[in-house]
Design a binder for this molecule. Structure first.
Ligand code: UD1
Ligand code: CA
Length: 457
């Protein structure tokens, strides 16, 4: 992508139309296809976010009837997008025309994208639009297919795109062509409606094909163009195996991007990211770590093996895991340490604080340099409400203690191990809440004598 392309494109307004009315029968799912996720975001969400990055100035999404769930996802990712319903599925051109009201004010460019093609990059949309700035009426996105079966074929003459022939309508000779239609198209705004309105359904499927606008544009004396992308980028998802393939490709991209930005991944193929994972420089991620949505890891922190993190922020120099689980609202302070078999939710862990083993902290705040002993549990829930635990700076919680919230442990205070703490512990005090130990001297001797005598009988 040259700079001149980008700047030529960025001065033009652009309506993006996303087709998302498919049933996705082959997914065998109660959920509509476009809501299935890759890297923790719906496929439709990926496409919408990419279109925004690519400079779409308005967006229309075509969905199937009674799809409130899809409409809700559109609003979540792209609040200004307009939603249109395609009642009968009569083909891709018919689907685009469902957004007729939006097409009436198209802006300079119109781009068409599919909601089930989540790997498209924003640069590709820009590449697709740039021939429009140079006078083309229609640009189609092509790729060299390893196996072209099922795709529309590009009928070309030199660099000219003459037509796109759908597989079912193609002759033997045309089926030998491997340059295929990726599905994305860009249309000069003022021509979009006139071209689409001319599409007919005289073909093998009896559908209104978007691809027919190439031939129509040429018959009206307009110029058409081709933009070429990798097969990976136009990978469409129709079944669960293709969904897994899309996940694999997007994870590879996220891993490459993390390493390129200065993150060490010891075994990148075993680490799974979310689309929004943010990692600072010199973060180290050991093998087998899973990042759910909304995780930020600052410079130099280390995430040890087998940890699962979501909605968490890990400050610089902190250590997490192995085998740690950070849930939403876990805020791990600078140089704090979270060890093995520790679960943390909605909790602020202060700088340098240590929670080294076998602990649950929920709805708590822990002051700097506090030490939370093994087996500590915040009892934050009584079946009805959630309650907070406040632990002061430098406090020391003895192992195997239950802190029954709401509760406050003061700065520098101690809690004796094995305590069940139900009353606040003031600063610098010792809180003990356990049965007092008693000693019975020589008790074992008497016990053994009695037991042995009983056994001889
Ligand atoms: C389409 C292209 C084909 C291209 C292929 C790339 C046409 C006519 N053909 O074929 O050239 O090689 O994509 O994957 O465009 N949709 C609707 N409403 C409809 C019909 C389709 O919303 O009435 C949506 C689908 O949900 C899907 C997209 O449009 O997201 C493409 O439709 P699909 O039927 O999968 O087209 P293909 O036959 O794969
Ligand atoms: Ca398809």
């Amino acid at each position: 992508m040259t700079l001149s392309h980008t700047s030529q494109v960025s001065s033009r307004s652009c309506l993006a139309i996303v087709l998302a009315a498919g049933e996705g029968t082959r997914m065998k799912s109660a959920k509509p296809k476009v809501l299935h996720q890759v890297a923790n975001r719906s496929m439709l969400g990926h496409v919408l976010a990419t279109l925004t990055q690519a400079g779409a100035t308005s967006t229309a999404v075509v969905i199937g009837p009674d799809r409130d769930d899809v409409a809700k996802e559109v609003q979540k990712v792209s609040a200004q997008a307009r939603i249109f319903v395609q009642t009968d599925r009569l083909g891709t051109a018919h689907a685009v025309l469902s957004a007729r009201e939006a097409l009436a004010q198209p802006g300079d460019d119109v781009i068409i994208a599919f909601g089930d093609t989540p790997l498209i990059l924003s640069d590709t949309f820009i590449k697709l639009r740039s021939p429009l700035a140079e006078g083309a009426a229609v640009v189609a996105m092509g790729f060299e297919a390893k196996d072209p079966t099922g795709y529309g074929r590009f009928i070309t003459s030199g660099n000219e795109l003459l037509a796109i022939r759908e597989h079912r309508d193609a002759s033997e000779d045309e089926r030998a062509i491997t340059l295929c239609n990726g599905g994305l198209m860009a249309i000069r705004g003022d021509l979009a409606l006139p071209l689409l309105d001319r599409v007919q359904n005289k073909n093998a499927k009896g559908e209104y094909y978007l691809t027919d606008i190439v031939e129509i544009a040429r018959s009206l004396g307009h110029r058409t163009a081709i933009a070429v992308v990798s097969e990976e980028e136009v990978h469409g998802v129709n079944d669960r195996a293709q969904l897994a393939a899309a996940e694999r490709m997007i994870q590879n991209r996220l891993r490459q991007a993390a390493m390129a930005s200065g993150v060490t991944l010891i075994a990148p193929e075993t680490v799974f990211f979310s689309h929004d994972t943010r990692l600072g420089q010199d973060v180290v991620v050991e093998p087998h770590v899973v990042f759910g949505p909304g995780v930020v890891v600052e410079e130099g922190a280390i995430i040890h093996s087998f940890s699962h993190l979501e909605g968490a922020r890990i400050a610089s120099g902190a250590g997490v895991g192995p085998f740690a689980r950070l849930r939403p609202g876990a805020m791990i302070g600078p140089k704090a340490k979270v060890g093995n078999f520790v679960e943390i939710k909605n909790t602020d862990l202060g700088a340098g604080a240590k929670v080294s083993h076998l602990t649950y902290l929920g709805d708590a705040s822990v002051g700097a340099e506090a030490n939370i002993g093994a087996g500590t549990i915040t009892c934050n829930y009584d079946g009805f409400g959630k309650y907070r635990t406040e632990i002061g700076e430098g406090a020391f919680i003895g192992s195997n203690s239950s802190l029954v919230a709401p509760i406050a442990i003061g700065k520098g205070a101690f809690v004796g191990s094995g305590s069940v703490i139900t009353d606040n512990v003031p600063d610098n005090a010792l809180g003990l809440g356990r049965g007092r130990q008693t000693i019975k001297e020589g008790w074992a001797i008497g016990f053994r004598e009695k037991a042995q005598a009983a056994n001889k009988k």
